[in-house]
Design a protein around this ligand. Structure first.
Ligand code: SAM
Ligand code: SF4
Length: 446
């Protein structure tokens, strides 16, 4: 098969990882991947429905791509969450779409595209993964040469009332630890410097067997996995996202034990009000959450903490919002993703009366954003004159002289450096702090 495929990805890190897996499987089946849609025989949109009006955005993109093309019509496919949730109705909404592949059809994509190229129309695959399907991606076939995303769990069983993920990605399924460890060793041997263990809730990791974890202690399977992965001596290990209810303090103990477990934890709280947390069915209170934060703050190294917050959940009063503002103040986050609540059809929250007006949602969003900006300026400012280790990942898009990368505490850092240092870890002295990034100068690099 010598057809060309253009794959465009929307949304979260899980989607980026799925696209990478799809790209590897497509290349292995003989397809060439294109960087732009103009001349591709096949165009696939890998969609995310966590954000608002996801299906609408896909159709807008399909229209734009169609206008860009002067020649024959391509095969157009929609994969991922929107495909899983909307199913065959996508055919009726856009006559150009002739392939629909759900969130667990990634490995079957080459076969599905082959059928479309053979002239078959309206192809649909919303099935589960095949039994025994492997998650592995060879180190040689990945997009970045220095940082690799390694999924350890997919799906979600939590059913927070506002969230579509359990419906679009199905139930939690953990990957065998032995497979994860083998993949990380291969990445290490191939020269990767940093890996991210990823999943909707990594600390809910619960594989079917202990294979690969037998030699490691830990209060939960995830704690044992962290130690097993740290023992591979991969240089830098990060993990995201952590779910508060399943966050065991032994995770902090593991970070204390191993320097290669990086000092950054993403622990979304969503709200500071117990009433709202109950309505969201998060399974934790503000004080449960703050206990976890205390454990993190008592770690040997300072661990950077980031979070997600939803403002304007149905029924959220001004007093509830004040509780959120107070919690944010108390924690002092290194970074915050703030979302205005928006309804996801089919979720329990969609049945609630959304009595917080658009204006009120926006006002709360802006107030929280401003407060966070002030905290962040202080936190980032404290890095000035400090020395941090940065993985040099790419040339900066803002300045020709600068390269950019992340610190072990997951801050974006920019500094002048030659292209030859790509992929190296440099000691950098921070000279300037902006609200979302640091600037510095290299002290030493290999
Ligand atoms: N599993 C992670 C957790 O529990 O925190 C997060 C996964 S979700 C893909 C990413 C973020 O999107 C959530 O933390 C939440 O803040 C936001 N989100 C999800 N559904 C939303 C909705 N209906 N309206 C606004 N924000 C939403
Ligand atoms: Fe969505 Fe809650 Fe699952 Fe996170 S834990 S993916 S917010 S249902």
């Amino acid at each position: 098969m010598s057809a060309t495929v253009y794959l465009e990805t929307f949304g979260c890190q899980m989607n980026v990882a799925d696209s990478e897996r799809a790209a590897v499987r497509l290349r292995a089946a003989g397809f060439d991947l294109e960087d732009s849609p103009e001349n591709a025989d096949v165009i696939i949109f890998n969609t995310c429905s966590v954000r608002e009006r996801a299906a609408h955005k896909v159709f807008t993109r399909i229209g734009e791509v169609r206008r860009q093309r002067l020649i024959n019509e391509p095969v157009v496919g929609v994969m991922g969450c929107v495909a899983q949730l909307e199913g065959t109705s996508l055919f009726d909404s856009s006559p150009l779409v002739n392939l629909i592949a759900g969130t667990r059809a990634t490995d079957r994509l080459p076969h599905l595209i082959g059928r479309a190229l053979d002239g078959e129309n309206r192809i649909v695959d919303l099935d589960e993964r095949a039994e025994g399907e492997k998650w592995d991606l060879p180190a040689t076939a990945r997009t970045s040469k220095y940082v690799a995303f390694v999924p350890i769990i997919e799906g979600c069983n939590k059913f927070c009332t506002y969230c579509i993920v359990p419906y679009s990605r199905g139930r939690e399924k953990s990957r065998p630890a032995s497979e994860i460890v083998a993949e990380i060793k291969e990445l290490r041997d191939y020269g990767y410097r940093e890996i991210h263990l990823i999943g909707q809730n990594v600390n809910s990791y619960r594989p079917r067997t202990e294979a690969g974890l037998e030699d490691f202690k830990g209060a939960t399977p995830f704690c044992r996995l962290l130690r097993a992965v740290a023992a591979t001596e991969m240089e830098r290990i990060k993990f995201t996202t952590s779910f508060p209810r399943d966050f065991h303090p032994d995770i902090v103990a593991a970070i204390d034990e191993y320097d290669n477990l990086c000092e950054w934890i993403h622990l979304p709280v969503q709200s500071g009000s117990d009433r709202v947390l109950r309505m969201m069915r998060r399974g934790h209170t503000a004080s449960d959450y703050l206990k976890r934060i205390e454990a993190i703050k008592n770690a040997r190294r300072r661990i950077a903490i980031t979070s997600d917050i939803i403002v304007g959940f149905p029924g959220e009063t001004d007093a509830d919002f004040r509780d959120t503002m107070r919690l944010v103040e108390q924690v002092g986050y290194d970074g915050l993703y703030i979302f205005k609540y928006s309804e996801r059809p089919g979720t329990p929250a969609a049945k609630l009366d959304d009595d917080v007006s658009r204006e009120e949602k926006t006002a709360r969003f802006l107030e929280l954003e401003q407060a966070q900006r002030r905290h962040q300026e202080k936190i980032y400012g404290r890095y000035i004159d400090r020395e941090i280790k940065v993985l040099i990942e790419r040339p900066s898009s803002k300045s020709e002289a600068d390269m950019t990368g992340h610190s072990t505490c997951h801050k974006v850092v920019n500094f002048p450096a030659p292209l030859a240092l790509l992929g190296e870890i440099a000691r950098v002295r921070v000279t300037q702090a902006k609200p979302n990034s640091l600037y510095g100068e290299i002290l030493s690099a290999p």
